[in-house]
Ligand binder design. Structure first.
Ligand code: SAM
Length: 245
């Protein structure tokens, strides 16, 4: 069964967008996954096809209505009973590679894309929708966030990436950023590829890569070390490594 993605959006024409190209696009054409964009406005009930209204309590902008969204959500949940539904929102839990793997290993995903100031909170209380954020910044709509999430999931589906192992050593898989990469030419603007990578000694190369991954993670993403480092830093006896300071 193909991985089935459904996106609820006010801009269905934004899909597949970049997902129609390269790896994801080929996989879509090959039927490894499917994509349906559902127009939320089709579920409006008034003659103006309104999907939003002014914020309760006052303030700028408009808020997406729970009643209109619920009609769209219910139809999709009914059709795709086994697939979880997420809503893209900066107020959600952060998207991680772990969550991406969890979604990619399932039957599919439904994604609700917000616009305006966001979604009436009662929808999250009344329906099984998991709020997810792609980072600590504010986009103008959930569509680009949904595209990022789908791209991350689709590349993990069996048959999408060339070598099945290419996902295993990547950033975040071991709680670390990936090691740095180099390719020809050997020398560029006076900079040479590190000698160890030309040694042909696979054990040495693996050790160097691990060291680089740890050093780069420590300097660029100390939060990852903080979150995942504890388990790695301790030996089986529970003793701490010397470099812990
Ligand atoms: N007023 C909202 C706030 O401050 O939390 C921002 C609303 S934003 C302009 C409109 C929509 O873009 C959101 O409802 C959400 O669907 C999407 N969006 C914006 N930033 C996002 C992020 N970091 N992750 C996921 N979705 C995001």
């Amino acid at each position: 069964m193909a991985f089935a993605a459904t996106v609820l959006t006010l801009y269905p024409e934004m899909f597949p967008g970049p997902l129609g190209q390269s790896l994801a696009g080929r996989a879509l054409a090959d039927g490894i996954w499917s994509l349906e964009a559902v127009q939320i406005r089709d579920f409006a009930t008034d003659k103006h096809r309104s999907v939003d209204d002014t914020p309760a309590g006052g303030g700028a902008g408009m808020v997406m209505r729970a009643d209109v969204l619920a009609s769209a959500v219910d139809l999709v949940l009914e059709r795709q009973r086994d697939a979880p539904m997420l809503a893209m929102t900066p107020r959600g839990e952060p998207l991680t590679q772990g969550l991406v793997r969890e979604i990619a290993s399932g039957p599919g995903i439904s994604i609700l894309c917000g616009r305006f100031e966001g979604i009436d909170e009662r929808l999250f209380e009344a329906r099984p929708i998991r709020p997810v954020s792609i980072g600590d910044y504010v986009l103008s709509g959930g569509e680009t966030a949904a595209i990022a999430l789908l791209d991350a999931c689709v590349r993990l589906l069996p048959g999408v990436m060339g070598a099945p192992s290419s996902g295993e050593e990547e950033s975040f898989e071991a709680g670390l950023l990936e090691y740095p990469h180099y390719t020809r030419p050997y020398e560029w603007e006076g900079r040479r590829i590190p000698e160890v990578l030309r040694s042909g000694d696979h054990a040495k190369i693996a050790a160097w890569r691990k060291q680089m991954a740890e050093a780069d993670t420590r300097s660029r993403r100390p939060d990852l070390i903080e979150r995942h480092g504890g388990a790695r830093r301790r030996s089986p006896s529970g003793a701490q490594r010397e470099d812990e300071g």
